[in-house]
Design a protein around this ligand. Structure first.
Ligand SMILES: Cc1ncc(COP(=O)(O)O)c(C=O)c1O
Length: 450
C-alpha cells in the first residue's frame, strides 16, 4: 500500500518526520513511477521533493530553500503561486469548472481576445490545448490542412514536445528512435544555417517550425537575421512560418514574445507553460485569420476536451494581467542584463569551468567546459540553495531561467551561489554523499534584499 506524503512536512515546513516523508516519496516514486529517474536525479543532487513554493523560492520536504532557476523549463514566469492568481483560482472554483468543450465559452472568448491583443500583428485567432506538445501538433496539422502540403522543416536540437507531430519535429534522435516510424515528411536542418534552410524549403513544404531561442538545445539565441531569412524563404515558397514560443513567451526574453526582437511576424505561434500561471495546464496555437479559413467549413476538425478549460482561461487572463501590472517584461530585460553581466564576470573568474555565457533577457545559459559539469554543477548549486538543471539536448549547458519577478538582491544571491558552487566543483566539496544527511540543511547565504 502507498503511504501518503502528508502532514505538516508536506508543506515544506520541515520538522521531525520531514526526512521520512522525503524517503517515502522517493521510494514510492521509484517503485510506482521510475527508479532510474530517481537515480539520475540523486546523482545530480536533485532528489528533492518540492514542498512550499512561493515567488522565486521553493522549499523541499527537508526544509531546504532553493531559488528556482529551472522553473519547469520556463513555466513560472510570474513566480510560483502568485497571490493574485491563487485568489483568482479560489474565486473561479466557486462558480466554474472546466466547462463543456463543445459549447462556446465566455472565458475562452475573453482569453482569445487578450491573446490577439498581446501577440504580434495578424495573430488574432486561437485554438486552445492542454500543453505545449498539443499546441505544436495543432500548429502542424493546421499548416498541412491550410496549405495542402505535407513537408515540415524543423531544426537540429530543436524541441517541441513528445506528442505525435511535435515528436516528429524533434531535433534529437534519442527522443525519436524507439518510436519510428513517426510522421512522414519531416526534415531537420541545422539551427542558424540559412543556406541549409533555403535548400530545404521547397514548394512541398507546409511549414518551418523553429524556436526563436532554442531552449532544450542549449539556450541558443537565433543568430541576427536568421528569422528574417526564414520568413523570406517561406514567403518565396508559400510555406508557413511557425514560431514555437512555448519557453520564450510571456516576457521571458525581455519582450512579450522573443520574435519581437527580430520584428519577424510568424503565421502561427505556439504558447503554453507560463500561460498557466504555475497553477493550471493550458496552451494555445495562435494564427492568422487567413489560416482560420481552413477551419470554417469544419470547426470540429480538431478537438480537445480539456484544452482551454473555463478555469484555465480565468487563470491565464489573471496571469497576463500580473505580467502587465507588475511590469515583468521590463523587469526581465533589466534583471536579465544584470544577470548576464554577472555571469560574464564569473566566466572571467572561472575560465576552467565556464566556456560561454548565452542568453537574452532572463533566458540565460552557461556552457561548461565538459558535458559532465552540467550534472555536477546541478549538484553543487543545490548545496548552495539554487535549483538549476542542464538542458535536455545539451548536458554541458545549464539553463538559468528564474521567475521574472526576481529582484536585484535575488540576482546577487544567485551569482554568489554560482561562484561558490564553481569553487566547490574544483575542490570536490560535498561530493562524499549524494543525499542530504541528518538535520535539515539550509542554503549558506540568504538573499541580500528582496
Ligand atoms: C519550445 C518548447 N516547445 C514545446 C514544448 C512541449 O511542451 P509540453 O511539455 O507542455 O508538451 C516545450 C517543453 O519544454 C518547449 O520547451
Amino acid at each position: 500500500m502507498i503511504e501518503p506524503v502528508s502532514g505538516p512536512d508536506a508543506t515544506g515546513a520541515g520538522g521531525g518526520n520531514a526526512h521520512d516523508a522525503r524517503s517515502a516519496a522517493l521510494r514510492d516514486f521509484a517503485r510506482y513511477i521510475n527508479p532510474q529517474k530517481v537515480r539520475v536525479l540523486k546523482a545530480a543532487g536533485l532528489d528533492l521533493i518540492e514542498g512550499a513554493r512561493e515567488g522565486v523560492w521553493v522549499t523541499d520536504l527537508d526544509g531546504r530553500r532553493f531559488l528556482d532557476c529551472f522553473t519547469s523549463a520556463g513555466s513560472f514566469n510570474i513566480g510560483r503561486r502568485h497571490p493574485r492568481v491563487v485568489a483568482a483560482m479560489h474565486r473561479a472554483v466557486d462558480s466554474l469548472d472546466h466547462g463543456n468543450f463543445l459549447l462556446c465559452s465566455a472565458q475562452k472568448a475573453e482569453l482569445g481576445a487578450k491573446l490577439a491583443e498581446i501577440t504580434p500583428a495578424k495573430l488574432t485567432c486561437s485554438t486552445f490545448g492542454t500543453g505545449g506538445g498539443e499546441a505544436v501538433d495543432f500548429a502542424l496539422k493546421l499548416a498541412r490542412g491550410a496549405t495542402g502540403r505535407s513537408k515540415i522543416v524543423s531544426t537540429v536540437n530543436g524541441y517541441h514536445g513528445h506528442t505525435g507531430f511535435a515528436l516528429s519535429a524533434a531535433g534529437r534522435s534519442a527522443y525519436r528512435a524507439s518510436f519510428e516510424p513517426l510522421m512522414p515528411g519531416f526534415d531537420q536542418v541545422p539551427f542558424g544555417d540559412v543556406g541549409a534552410a533555403r535548400a530545404a524549403i521547397d514548394g512541398d513544404v507546409a511549414a518551418v517550425i523553429v524556436e526563436p531561442v532554442q531552449g532544450e538545445g542549449g539556450v541558443v539565441v537565433a543568430p541576427d537575421g536568421y528569422l528574417a531569412e526564414l520568413r523570406e524563404a517561406c514567403d518565396a515558397s508559400g510555406a508557413l512560418l511557425v514560431l514555437d514560443e512555448i519557453q520564450t513567451g510571456f516576457g521571458r526574453t525581455g519582450r512579450w514574445f522573443a520574435s519581437e526582437h527580430s520584428g519577424v511576424l510568424p503565421d502561427v505561434m505556439t504558447v503554453a507553460k507560463s500561460l498557466g500561471g504555475s497553477l493550471v495546464s493550458i496552451s494555445a496555437t495562435i494564427y492568422t485569420e487567413e489560416l482560420r479559413e481552413f477551419l470554417i467549413p469544419n470547426p470540429f476538425v480538431h478537438l480537445s476536451t480539456f484544452g482551454g478549460s473555463d478555469l484555465a482561461c480565468v487563470i491565464a487572463l489573471e496571469t497576463i494581467s500580473v505580467i502587465e501590472d507588475e511590469g515583468l517584461v521590463e523587469n526581465a530585460s533589466v534583471m536579465g542584463a544584470k544577470l548576464l553581466a554577472g555571469l560574464e564576470e564569473l566566466r572571467s573568474a572561472h575560465p576552467e569551468v565556464m566556456e560561454e555565457v548565452r542568453g537574452i533577457g532572463l533566458m540565460c545559459g552557461i556552457k561548461y567546459r565538459e558535458d559532465s559539469m552540467g550534472p555536477r554543477m546541478s549538484f553543487q548549486l543545490a548545496r548552495h540553495g539554487v535549483l538549476a538543471v542542464y538542458t535536455g539536448n545539451d548536458p554541458s549547458v545549464m539553463r538559468i531561467m528564474p521567475p521574472l519577478v526576481i529582484t536585484e538582491g535575488e540576482v546577487a544571491f544567485l551569482l554568489e551561489a554560482l561562484d561558490a558552487a564553481m569553487r566547490d566543483l574544483a575542490s570536490g566539496a560535498g561530493t562524499e554523499s549524494t543525499a542530504p544527511s541528518g538535520p535539515r540543511r539550509r542554503p549558506q547565504r540568504q538573499p541580500a534584499s528582496s
